[in-house]
Write a protein that binds this ligand. Structure first.
Ligand code: SDX
Length: 428
């Protein structure tokens, strides 16, 4: 029995519901019995006040700008960890020992190849297909190749399909890029790191050896860490809802990719860089700030604002410092970075943005780095999907293993016509 109770007055009656406490963060009012006892639903479009599940993976404090993965602050993981170590942490709950880390890396590395017939699958796309369209199609198609690991009730099936998804996303994303530029697919090389392998499969060519630049490998790996997981965001909730019906993990991750593609979510990194390039020079910033504030103008500052963070997104902090590292390592400059810095400065001092607590989010600076490394803007969200697959897979496993797990089936506030009789055409 929960110590704390919440009281609800409805229809002249008083109802009590247990209040549950987490290890940190807001309490929740357990309303699982609300409809059964009151005949009423709650109403929460966009789920702004709804906890959809219990989770031990990621904690966000939006007011304080805190992001923890299994209790470890994102800033510490970005500085000291690797994407593969963070993946192990999210999947297993603890940082790995040296041996556990080596075993995990060995396993993931040896799942990076794709079934050769998937090469033909790519040939069906137009060369100018958006990489996210390809990712949706190819990841969903993986269900057709792995009948030996789609029994989600079998922990071993869940484990191998989780490893396959994490391992194959870099190969699938790199192949989407190669296909778009008409270059041959590069096969994985097992003596490279997860991220080094991805960089080589993306930018290497059969005609010469590809040298992974350590500073770029480290920056890319850190960007993957920053995108790994983020509580119950739209695409993660999509994966959980798809998984709640018992759909196989490949289909669930394909659903997550589709949701992430939206410009309000993972598509914002592509939109943010396109916006910064459209703004061009700092003298044009005030015009766009005014547009963003104009209710009649659909324009929004892409890479700004967040459903949860009402403070600076801690990932944006790390991203901004990574821009400087990559520029120095590649000896490049991009005037759009100066525009981004000035846009941030102006926005953060503007009463509208301060009042609505709109800060840069993870997508504001990421595109500048990815562009400097050599990715076209169309690949940005595919890279987000690559990294978020770790979080989606970890969240999916947590949901499937939760004994309280049931199929997700929200209700509605019905405002359509009440029952009426059919009118024959001759009488209309
Ligand atoms: C990601 O959920 C996650 O965790 C997502 C993510 C993850 O890791 O999974 O963090 C990744 O998706 C980051 C967000 C990337 N999206 C963008 O950068 C797109 C631009 N941002 C907005 O579309 C918006 O801020 C959202 C979608 C991110 C959040 O939307 P909310 O919480 O529904 O807030 P809202 O749209 O209701 O905005 C609140 C107010 C509104 O004004 P009012 O109607 O109250 O007058 O702020 C305004 C909005 O008009 N507003 C903006 C704005 N974002 C919100 N005004 C101008 N520019 C913006 N960017």
């Amino acid at each position: 029995m929960a110590d704390k109770q919440a009281k609800l007055e409805l229809g002249g009656q008083t109802y009590e519901f247990p209040v549950l406490e987490g290890s940190t963060g807001p309490d929740v009012v357990d309303i699982r019995k609300l409809y059964g006892s009151t005949g009423a639903f709650t109403f929460d479009p966009g789920y702004k006040s709804t906890a959809s599940c219990e989770s031990a993976l990621t904690y966000i404090d939006g007011q304080e700008g805190v992001l923890l993965h299994r209790g470890y602050p994102i800033g510490q993981l970005a500085e000291h960890s690797s994407f593969m170590e963070t993946a192990y942490l999210l999947l297993n709950g603890e940082l790995p020992s040296q041996q556990e880390y080596e075993d995990f890396n060995y396993t993931i590395t040896r799942h990076t190849m794709l079934h050769d017939q998937l090469n033909t699958f790519y040939q069906g796309f137009r060369r100018d297909a958006h990489p996210m369209a390809i990712m949706c199609g190819v990841v969903g198609a993986l269900s057709a190749f792995y009948h030996d690991s789609t029994d989600i009730s079998d922990p071993e099936h869940r484990k191998i399909s989780s490893h396959r998804l994490i391992a194959k996303m870099p190969t699938i994303a790199a192949m989407a890029y190669k296909y778009s530029v008409g270059q041959p697919f590069m096969q994985p090389k097992n003596d490279l790191s997860y991220t080094g392998n991805f960089l080589r499969m993306t930018f290497g060519v059969p005609a010469e050896e590809y040298e992974v630049i350590p500073a770029v490998e480290k920056a890319m790996d850190r960007i993957f860490i920053l995108h790994a997981d983020h509580e119950q965001n739209a695409s993660t909730s999509t994966v959980r809802l798809a998984g709640s019906s018992g759909a196989n993990p490949f289909a669930c991750i394909a659903a997550g990719i589709a949701c992430l593609w939206g410009p309000a979510h993972g598509g914002a990194n592509e939109a943010a860089l396109n916006m910064l390039r459209e703004i061009g020079t700092p003298d044009r910033i005030p015009h766009y700030i005014e547009r963003a504030k104009d209710k009649n103008d659909p324009f929004r500052l892409m890479g700004f604002g967040h459903r949860v963070y009402k403070n600076y997104d801690p990932r944006a902090t790390v991203m901004q410092s990574t821009v400087r590292e990559v520029f120095e390592a590649l000896n490049v400059k991009d005037p759009v970075f100066e525009t981004a810095l000035q846009l941030e400065e102006i926005a953060l001092n503007d009463p509208y943005f301060k009042e609505k607590k709109l800060f840069p989010n993870v997508d504001f600076y990421s595109g500048i780095i990815l562009s400097a490394i050599g990715f076209p803007t169309t690949m940005f969200t595919a890279l987000f999907a690559l990294a978020r697959t770790v979080g989606w897979v970890a969240q999916w496993n947590e949901m499937i293993s939760d004994p309280a797990q049931v199929i997700g089936r929200p209700r509605q506030l019905y405002t359509g016509p009440v029952e009426r009789d059919y009118v024959p055409l001759s009488e209309r």
